[in-house]
Design a protein around this ligand. Sequence first.
Ligand code: TMP
Length: 218
Amino acid sequence: VEADSKPRGHLIVVEGLDRSGKTTQCEMLCEDIQGREKKVKYIKFPDRTTATGQMINSYLQGKAEQNDQAIHLLFSANRWEAVQGMLDELQSGTTIVIDRYSFSGAVYSAAKENQNLSLEWAWNPEIGLPQPDLVLFLDISSEDAVKRGGYGEERYEKEEMQIKVRTLFKHLFSKLDHLNVRNIDAGQPLQSVADQIWQVYLKLEESGPAYGNPPSFS
Ligand code: TMP
C-alpha cells in the first residue's frame, strides 16, 4: 500500500429471501452511512433499466420465456456490465451497498424445480466479479416470509422455491467460507434489524480503510 494512495470505498452486499426486508434495510444503511459524512451509492441487481435488465424483467413478469441457462447468464451479464462503474465509484472513495448480487444469482437458478442447473455450474460465470468486503445475509424463516403479506406475482415468488433458496444460500455461504458473511436475524422488528446491521457495519469501518481494487471471486 502506497503511503499516499487514497482509501477506496467498501463494497457491501445485502442478500436474503424475497420479503426479508432487504430493500428497506439497504435504504436505512445508506442513510446512516451518509450521516457519517461518507459518500455512498445504492445499487440493485437485477438492474432492470439496461438492455439485459429489460429482458430479465420480461422473464420475471412472465411476459417472455427463456431457457434456464440463457436467463442465468443474462442475470450474470447484468452484473458484469456494471463492474467498471462499480470499481470507479469505489476508487473515488464511495461505499457501495448492493441489493442482491452473485449469491442470489447462483442460488435462485439452482433452486428451480426442474433441477436443471447445479449450484457449481451456476456459480461459474460469477468468477472474476469483485468480491464484497461484507455480506449481510438477512435470514428469515420461510414461514415468517409468508406471514409478511404473501409473495408478489413474479416468477420465483412461491413458497417451495423460497424454502430451497434459503437452504442453498446457507450451503453456498458455507462453501465460500473465506468471505466475510454475517447472518442477520431479519425476523425481528425493522429497527432492531437495522441496529444489528449497523453494529456489523461499524466493525467493518473499525477494521480500517481498504486500498486498491477488491479481490475477485475465484
Ligand atoms: P428483486 O425482487 O430483488 O428485484 O429480484 C428479482 C428476482 O430475481 C428475485 O426473485 C431473485 C431473482 N434473481 C435471480 O434469479 N438471479 C439473480 O442474479 C438476481 C440478482 C436475482
